[in-house]
Write a protein that binds this ligand. Structure first.
Ligand code: PMP
Length: 341
């Protein structure tokens, strides 16, 4: 039998890359998207869930019926829930109240116990999803806390898999890698691998308007005055994640809710790729970057598309939601107009 796996976990990783032909056609470079939605849990987080849980198994920290705990905006939760089912663990998650009800229903359908916590409180507030997860990890016996923001294995998962895949898929020709940074694991681990192969590869992080990562990279200071709420899930932070290797990143580009939303919809309409909200963010970041960096047809640019658009149907793919945000009504069908201004 060929291409048959023992269980769903055998499908994690080795995600495809596809050339972008239209949304970045104003840029002379070759631009490829790495489609992490092709993972069985539909996001890049499958890689870290499997890697971290298997590392804990190797250390003897888990036995049948153990509990895996994590704080997550959604994607990591789907992945941990999936791995937990196959391996026989319980999954307990704390999520922010920015998370859409259908995401929470999805997590519950995969057997997870879900705690919904307020998004707009400080990370060290006892009500925050970080603190709730920490507390549960001390209260639930026989449990491990994945702690993706401060777990080096998050970086290692991408050092072991995403980085080498990108190198092989581009035949070592990659010149630029762009990825949205939440925990920073995807970009840090991929960068670590790729810069070992070729230190000249430019590594560009994408940060959100309202997050502290870009300024921290540039000044070494956490500027709390920059923190404000925003809509893009999974991108940026109000704290400095330990899984972000700032010295492996050359530059950050900051994007906002509105242009990232338009780009997400544009990618669906022009490339027929239904990506999540950060798919639009990473394309938007490349277009902003191209305004003040000269790119040529020798450049091979890889963008990580972290997850699937099916998770955002009532958000960025909803015209009503776009209108509620105050985003221009006709934007979805008239990009030329929107981006002229
Ligand atoms: N996009 C989405 C939709 C995500 O859920 C995440 C993870 N928070 C990211 C991008 C960023 O990935 P990382 O945590 O590896 O930086």
């Amino acid at each position: 039998m060929t291409n048959v796996h023992e269980n769903i976990l055998g499908l994690i990783g080795n995600t495809p890359m596809v050339r972008l032909n239209r949304v970045t056609s104003n840029i002379p470079a070759n631009v490829f998207a790495k489609l992490e939605s092709s993972n069985p849990g539909h996001s890049t987080k499958d890689r870290i869930a499997l890697h971290i849980i298997e590392a804990a198994e190797k250390k003897g920290l888990l036995k049948s019926g153990s509990t895996i705990i994590e704080t997550t905006s959604g994607n990591t939760g789907f992945s941990i829930a999936m791995v937990s089912i196959i391996k026989g663990y319980k999954c307990v998650l704390s999520v922010s109240d920015k998370t859409k009800p259908e995401k929470i229903a999805y997590l519950k359908a995969l057997g997870a116990t879900v705690y919904v916590c307020p998004a707009n409180v400080a990370a060290d507030d006892p009500r925050s999803y970080y603190e709730v997860a920490k507390r549960l990890a001390t209260e639930i016996p026989n449990s491990i806390y994945i702690n993706q923001y401060f777990n080096e294995l998050n970086i290692d998962a991408h050092y072991q898999t995403t980085g080498p895949e990108i190198w092989e898929q581009t035949d070592g020709k990659i010149t630029h890698l762009f990825a949205c940074t939440g925990t920073g694991g995807t970009l840090s681990g991929s960068s670590k691998f790729l810069k070992e192969k070729n230190p000249d590869i430019k590594i560009i992080g994408v940060d959100a308007d309202g997050s502290v990562l870009k300024t921290f990279h540039e000044t070494g200071k956490l500027d709390k005055s920059e923190i404000h709420s925003y809509q893009i899930e999974g991108l940026g932070k109000n704290l400095i994640p330990g899984a972000l290797l700032f010295d492996r990143i050359d530059e950050f580009v900051r994007v906002n809710d509105e242009t990232s939303a338009y780009r997400t919809r544009e990618i669906a309409l022009k490339e027929a790729i239904m990506g999540g909200y950060t798919t639009g963010a990473v394309v938007q970041a490349l277009l902003q970057y191209a305004q003040n960096h000269s790119l040529t047809d020798k450049d091979v640019i890889v963008l990580i598309f972290p997850d699937h658009g099916s998770r955002y149907i009532s958000k960025v793919y909803s015209d009503d939601w776009m209108a509620q945000q105050g985003f221009s009504n006709n934007c979805v069908h008239n990009y030329e107009e929107v981006f002229k201004t």
